[in-house]
Design a protein around this ligand. Structure first.
Ligand code: SF4
Length: 304
């Protein structure tokens, strides 16, 4: 009998030990059954994922990282969502393929990762052909990722912090820099060479995202400096879309601003100077909240 990872949960680096089968919750705030807030086509990922028809995003509720500036705080806190069975989750992947998605894009799946070893082969056995994208905050245990080897085609992690103090302040994770570096190394070991199809859509590989935060240019500078050492193995996506969310400014006044254009331009120029060529950058206006989809259970429940 295989191990039940949810009875004493150590799936992510928090290693809470919560018995999620028995209704306990850890830092990710959800139990053992996968809970989804939305599944649908999404046009706002990087062009090699969104293509012309959209990425097939599957938004999981709950989050093991819990950043104070989260743009999806209601689902990250597990406040919205509906539980689904592994079989229904596999069917959702197939429905996204039928709707024209270029890939199945699992958004914040970390705290349900062991289930993917069941669900992805099940979906494949039912005919799924799309690449599977693992889209996470980058705060992962290497052991958990190793169990997914051969199942994940594209890793899409954030690399949020090089600065441990910032990681502690905003994500209660002072070990984020070292944990994320080890996780990224494992992702690259599994997918060492980016592969695009004839339409420029990523079939295999690693894209690392970094979001510039207001007042945190030095952190971003150091992240880019590190990512430049991996530039031949990964695509790098530098994001300027930080949006101050209601309530954050009372505790973190520095997060009430948007990022300054000149800081973002400076960061991009620095990346270019370091020889980063495989990169995505954002044009002005990318910070509109309309890019955040409605978490209204679209695509989650089976059609009548
Ligand atoms: S997945 Fe959730 S319960 Fe498990 S260790 Fe991480 S935060 Fe804790």
């Amino acid at each position: 009998m295989s191990k039940d990872f949810f009875t004493s949960c150590e799936i992510c680096p928090r290693r809470c030990g919560a018995n999620r089968r028995a209704g306990e919750t850890g830092a990710c705030r959800v139990g053992a059954d996968p809970v989804l807030a939305r599944a649908g086509l999404h046009a706002w990922e990087e062009p090699c994922l969104s293509g012309t028809r959209g990425s097939g995003t599957v938004f999981f509720s709950g989050c093991s990282l819990g950043c104070v500036y989260c743009q999806n705080a209601r689902i990250a806190g597990g406040e919205v969502g509906h539980p689904v069975s592994p079989s229904r989750l596999a069917d959702i992947f197939l429905e996204l393929e039928a709707a024209g998605a270029h890939n199945v894009n699992l958004v914040t799946p970390t705290h349900f990762a062991p289930l993917l070893s069941e669900v992805i082969p099940l979906a494949r056995s039912r005919g799924l052909t799309l690449p599977i994208v693992y889209n996470s905050g980058g705060y992962e245990r290497v052991e958990t990722l190793r169990a997914l080897a051969g199942l994940i085609d594209v890793y899409l992690p954030d690399f949020k912090y090089a600065d441990a103090a910032l990681a502690a302040r905003y994500s209660s994770a002072p070990d984020y820099p070292e944990v994320a570096r080890a996780a990224l190394a494992e992702m690259i070991a599994q997918q060492p060479t980016p592969v695009l199809d004839g339409d420029g859509l990523l079939q295999r590989g690693v894209i690392v995202r970094h979001l510039l935060l207001p007042g945190a240019y030095r952190n971003s500078h150091d992240v880019v400096k590190y990512l430049a050492t991996l530039r031949h193995a990964v695509y790098i996506s530098l994001m300027s879309q930080y949006t101050p969310m209601a309530g954050v400014s009372s505790r973190f006044p520095e997060l009430s601003e948007r990022v300054r254009d000149k800081d973002y331009r400076r960061l991009v120029a620095y990346a270019v100077r370091l020889g980063i060529e495989r990169a995505y950058v954002q044009e002005g206006g990318a910070a509109e909240e309309s890019f955040i989809p409605a978490f209204d259970l679209t695509g989650v429940l089976p059609k009548e």
